[in-house]
Design a protein around this ligand. Structure first.
Ligand code: SAM
Length: 261
């Protein structure tokens, strides 16, 4: 019997109703390239494999690899990549078809993992993830509230965010201390706003939210002066949580201009 490891964020799903809802939300079809992150003991893996016949999985915990291979026998072709997903190159799996990525994610690495995935969004069709409920709320948040921040802006620039349903702690063994939620992320084929230099948005947004209580005039000083902020159509006296995605893209485009000078 495998003992769940805290350092790998192991909370195994056992609620058959939740597993069925996730698989129904993904709606896997034969021929699709589906990749599961952190298959663990196979709770979602086997129903996905039954539906699509072939599945790639990325799992870090060495002790789970053989049991996974054993339990997949007779269900289809399971390609197990024993790897740290934070360093995993999803592009290496994408052929002509874009990838559909699924996972009940290890919550301790969810933010860096989401950033790692959006860097590869061009090879991803969609993503269905179980995450801590607060993380889903932050991803979906609009300007004006405490949930809105760097994660909201960066995810929404790259993806359409659809929170799907909540999951109670008792659906897992061991039960996590937090509520969970399932979210669908669909990378935009054409982002709603256009960045002149894709490298500028992340540092701009990180700097803007580094001190939430301060005005953009103060926080963005190392990157943009007040005139540049105004040229983006943004009030330099505004706080970072009041600026919408269009405003951040305009600020990033001003940063790209200054870097060209
Ligand atoms: N999918 C299973 C389920 O729903 O029961 C397990 C989910 S558990 C929350 C997270 C899984 O991710 C575990 O199997 C864990 O070993 C794996 N994991 C943790 N960190 C990882 C990493 N850096 N790379 C790949 N897998 C990781």
């Amino acid at each position: 019997m495998h003992k769940a490891r805290k350092r790998f964020g192991q909370n195994f799903l056992h609620d058959a109703g939740v597993i069925q809802r996730i698989v129904r939300a993904v709606s896997p079809r034969r021929g699709q390239r589906i990749v599961e992150i952190g298959p663990g003991q196979g709770a979602i893996t086997l129903p996905l494999l039954d539906a699509c016949g072939r599945l790639d999985v990325v799992e870090l915990d060495r002790d789970l690899i053989q049991p996974l291979a054993d339990c997949a026998a007779g269900h289809g072709e399971l390609l197990i990549h024993q790897h740290d997903v934070l360093k995993f190159d999803f592009r290496s799996l994408a052929g002509d078809a874009r990838l559909r990525v699924v996972g009940n994610l290890p919550y301790n690495i969810s933010t860096p993992l989401l950033f790692h995935l959006i860097e590869q969004a061009d090879v991803i069709e969609d993503m269905h993830f179980m995450l801590q409920k607060e993380v889903v709320e932050r991803m979906a948040a609009g300007p004006g509230g405490g949930d809105y921040g760097r994660l909201s802006v960066m995810i929404q620039y790259h993806c359409k965010v659809d929170p799907l349903f909540r999951v109670r702690p008792g659906a897992f063994t061991p039960a996590p201390k937090v509520e969970s939620a399932v979210v669908r992320l669909t990378p935009w084929r054409q982002p709603p706003f256009s960045l002149d230099d894709p490298e500028t948005l992340e540092p701009l947004v990180r700097t803007a939210f580094s001190q939430r209580r301060k005005t953009l005039r103060n926080t963005l000083k190392p990157l943009l002066d007040s005139e540049r902020i105004e040229a983006a159509g943004v009030d330099p006296g505004a706080r970072p949580e009041t600026v919408d995605l269009a405003g951040y893209v305009a600020l990033a485009n001003q940063l790209a201009l200054t870097q060209k000078e």
